[in-house]
Design a protein around this ligand. Structure first.
Ligand SMILES: [Zn+2]
Length: 125
């Protein structure tokens, strides 16, 4: 983070063994978590060769095969959450319409909140 609290970079380790890969690589990853996090912390200050050298200490040999920026994306939409309405008890939905109350659905992936008005709830009845 910078002095204003903005996130400048973050890191994570994603490992997916290729078919036929020795399973001990996953155990090595788990056992060397702290060392790998230290490597990740230096990614911005390291060139590819330095990263490969650092990783080769744990994986023989390590080769960077690509880099790409990552960003968080959630593909949720309000339409996806209509299924929640259809799964609810019909009497309960009718009560929301009668009381003129909305129903809020929260996406557990991105945190977006979708609100369904009594008119929208009525369509699910
Ligand atoms: Zn979402």
């Amino acid at each position: 983070m910078d002095e204003k609290g903005n996130i400048l970079h973050s890191y994570g380790i994603y490992a997916q063994p290729l078919p036929q890969a020795p399973t001990e690589y996953i155990h090595v990853l788990q056992q060397q978590e702290e060392a790998l996090i230290a490597i990740c912390r230096k990614l911005n200050q390291s060139n590819d060769e330095q990263v490969e050298t650092a990783l080769t200490k744990y994986f023989h040999p390590a080769h960077l095969i690509g880099k790409q920026p990552v960003q968080f994306h959630c593909g949720c939409s309000k339409e996806m959450f209509y299924g929640v309405l259809y799964a609810m008890n019909q009497q309960e939905l009718a009560q929301y319409v009668t009381d003129q109350r909305s129903i809020e659905a929260n996406c557990h992936i991105c945190g977006k909140i979708y609100s369904f008005s009594p008119a929208e709830i009525k369509k699910a009845l």
